[in-house]
Structure formats: structure tokens, C-alpha cells
Ligand binder design. Structure first.
Ligand code: SF4
Length: 232
């Protein structure tokens, strides 16, 4: 399967009852500012070119962001921070992302998530993470020929990604690398002969940005580091 086929299958997934109920409930009630929107209310696929050497792995769509617009990180404060930083480091065609027809292009980077449906309180369960794991595994497998680096935004994504890589045949690093902002790990891929470089970074959540746990400069730095390791 290629990525468009994978995405077409993904958007029909209803495997997590709690998340299906939540994504549809949010779309029914809506937020006042978006009452004229027809919410997407389905799984939100990854976004970016299919031959990307760099991937960014986040957490899950936001209820009124990706779950509304149908594009990951699009239409919410986390996405505002991420796309602005991607633009600043030369990986995006524009600094803002508002809807799927806004003309935004990504250069050499594909953004995806370990959980494709919006969770209540932005907190998926580990069970939901595990249920969604095959989608991430298939997407990474399709990107594998070109993929050289992954910027992993947040501890949840870090914990989700390592088992996927190990099960897909990337070497299992020992000791298991710990997540942190700026943490790095290099994982050999016997299938391609290339190393896959992981770069950890704090998630650009509204809370992390407003408390300045993560600043725009820190976010740019991890993206730039990932891009460098990917050869971009
Ligand atoms: Fe399907 Fe993933 Fe959404 Fe669960 S989170 S319903 S596995 S797409």
C-alpha cells in the first residue's frame, strides 16, 4: 500500500470506542468560534511528502484543531507554534496553517502522530496508543526508504515510537534511550543500512509554550537538528 491508500483506509478507522465517541461529540457541540465549521471528526492522517527524510511525531489531533480541520496540527495553538518554527528553519512554505486548502507545503518532512483521533483532555490511554500502533508502523514502513531522522515531540511519542521501530526490525538500542528535550539516539536499520536518528523535543502544547518550558527558539533548535541529521 502507498501512503494515500493508507490514509484513505485510516480515515475509516473506528477501533477505539472512546475516541470515536469523543471526536464526534466535539464535532456536534463545536466551539463557539468555529460554529460555522463542519468538523472533520475522523482520524487525522499524517501530512507531508511521501519521500521525506525527516519525520515529526507528535501526540494526537486537538479536538478543535486537527479534529476540526482534518489536517494534523492545523488550526490550534500547538500547530501555530510548530508551523511557525518549521517555516523559520526552511521546512515549510508558510508560517501559518489554518485549513487544508491554505496552500501550506512541507519540504522534506512528514508530520504524523501515534494516535490519530482526538482524545479527551489531549490524553490518549496506553491502550488507545497500542490500538493505533499499526497505523504508525505502516506509515513508517512506507517512509523507510528515505527516512533518516525523526523529531519526537513529547515523552508519549517517544514511548510510542521505540517499540514500533523495534518490531519493524530497526535495532533495539541498549540501554533504552530516555526522552528529554534535545535527547538523541541513533538506531541502526539493517534493512536499509542507514541509521535512523531520533531527536527528542518537548511538545509545543499550549501549556509548554505559555510556561516557556518550550520556547520558539528551543523548538527551532530541535527541528534544525533533526533536519541536519536528515541531510536537509
Ligand atoms: Fe483508529 Fe487510531 Fe483512531 Fe483508534 S486512534 S480509532 S486506532 S485511527
Amino acid at each position: 500500500r502507498d501512503v494515500p491508500e493508507l490514509d484513505a483506509a485510516l480515515v475509516t478507522c473506528r477501533a477505539c470506542p472512546r475516541l470515536v465517541a469523543w471526536r464526534e461529540e466535539v464535532a456536534r457541540v463545536k466551539r463557539r468560534a468555529f460554529r460555522d465549521w463542519e468538523y472533520w471528526a475522523r482520524p487525522v492522517p499524517g501530512f507531508g511528502p511521501l519521500d521525506a527524510p525527516l519525520a515529526i511525531v507528535g501526540l494526537a489531533p486537538a479536538a478543535h484543531g486537527g479534529n476540526r480541520t482534518g489536517r494534523i496540527f492545523t488550526g490550534d495553538p500547538s500547530g501555530d507554534a510548530l508551523y511557525s518554527a518549521l517555516y523559520d528553519v526552511g521546512l515549510a512554505s508558510q508560517p501559518v496553517a489554518t485549513h487544508r486548502g491554505d496552500g501550506l507545503e512541507l519540504y522534506g518532512v512528514r508530520i504524523t502522530v501515534p494516535v490519530h483521533c482526538a482524545p479527551p483532555d489531549n490524553k490518549p490511554t496506553t491502550g488507545e496508543r497500542d490500538t493505533c500502533r499499526p497505523w504508525l508502523a505502516r506509515e513508517l514502513e512506507l517512509l523507510r526508504p528515505t527516512l533518516r531522522a525523526v523529531v519526537v515531540l513529547g515523552g508519549f511519542a517517544w514511548q510510542a515510537l521505540l517499540p514500533v521501530l523495534a518490531q519493524a526490525g530497526w535495532e533495539r538500542p541498549r540501554p533504552r534511550p530516555s526522552f528529554g528535550h534535545g535527547a538523541e539516539a541513533s538506531i541502526a536499520d539493517p534493512a536499509t543500512g542507514h541509521a535512523l536518528h531520533l531527536v527528542g523535543g518537548y511538545h509545543p502544547s499550549q501549556r509548554n509554550m505559555s510556561t516557556r518550558t518550550l520556547t520558539p527558539a528551543m523548538l527551532r533548535d530541535v527541528l534544525r537538528r533533526g533536519a541536519d541529521l536528515a541531510g536537509l
